[in-house]
Design a protein around this ligand. Structure first.
Ligand code: LP5
Ligand code: MN
Length: 255
């Protein structure tokens, strides 16, 4: 049976076609799968699980929660990891979907292959402003204080953060916003040379060959979801990259 690994869907009410294509893919392809791994930035922004109770802002998420929970009830294993947009996804959302939240990074052992999964933002160590923001917002005390604010205030803070991030990205070099080679080597060493490091975040889909301390390894990067999506399938023949055309009923094509 096949497992699927995806990242950076950035689901939002502003892009209903992506959500529709994702739901269709879940109900067709993923319904027959062993597992689905979502490596972060599932949502464009997530300001707290209580958004699900809000009649105005919660409605867009309900079909996603309902479809995931149906898949989970069918026996498809669902795993989610936080990204820099949805690090506030909590146990309540996960339980409503039948999803297990994974620590970042998480090691996936598949046959004789070891695949290290991560969102990827923690590897962008040259992006000093972002890493300062990340340290702040991943602090449990900061999160507790933030989540204590009314939903409307949290949405306004998230809008401000998005504006600031857009401005900062416009003047930041592409190289600084990419993963740092030493950070990549460090995590590969720490996890004792997995065969593949698989991440999203940078939206630069590619397969990079690496050679760390005499060990051959690959870094696979998933892209974000717009008219197409790069996803990975994993079965007994190994990991494969595929492109989904989201503009028509889902067909899978190998790269
Ligand atoms: O997300 P992306 O790919 O566009 O850019 C990221 C980095 N930016 C971020 C910030 C997020 O986009 C903001 C939205 C998160 C919402 C979460 C929920 C609520 C939290 C509310 C927080 C107040 O992750 C960007 C990287 C880029 O990836 C590439 O790696 O460069 O980082 C930056 O742009 C650095 C900036 O300095 C980020 C600063 C955010 C500013 C926060 C100020 C908040 C103001 C609120 C008023 C008190
Ligand atoms: Mn990201």
């Amino acid at each position: 049976m096949t497992s699927w690994i995806i990242s950076d869907l950035h689901l939002s009410a502003q892009r209903p076609a992506v959500t529709q294509a994702f739901l269709h893919w879940l109900q067709t392809t993923v319904a027959e799968a062993k597992a689905l791994y979502i490596l972060g930035d599932f949502f464009e922004v997530w300001v707290g699980d209580d958004v699900l109770d809000d009649p105005e802002h919660g409605a867009e998420f309900l079909p996603v929660v309902q479809t995931l929970s149906q898949l989970s009830a069918r026996g498809v294993r669902l795993y989610g990891m936080h990204g820099n947009r949805d690090f506030l996804i909590g146990q309540r959302f996960a339980q409503a979907c039948g999803m297990q939240l994974l620590e970042d990074p998480a090691l996936l052992e598949a046959g004789d292959k070891r695949i290290l999964l991560t969102h990827g933002d923690a590897l962008c160590t040259d992006d000093v402003a972002y890493q300062a923001f990340r340290t702040q917002v991943r602090n449990p005390q900061w999160q507790h204080t933030f989540l204590s604010q009314p939903l409307g205030a949290r949405i306004a803070f998230a809008d401000q953060a998005r504006d600031q991030s857009r401005q900062s990205k416009a003047v930041q070099s592409m190289q600084i916003m990419d993963v740092n080679a030493e950070a990549v080597a460090g995590i590969i060493r720490q996890y004792r040379y997995p065969d593949i490091l698989l991440h999203g975040h940078t939206h630069r889909p590619a397969i990079h060959a690496l050679y760390i301390d005499g060990h051959a390894c690959q870094r696979w990067v998933l892209g974000d979801w717009h008219d197409t999506a790069t996803v990975c399938s994993l079965d007994k023949s190994g990991l494969k990259a595929r492109i989904l055309d989201l503009t028509r009923p889902i067909k899978n094509s190998a790269i």
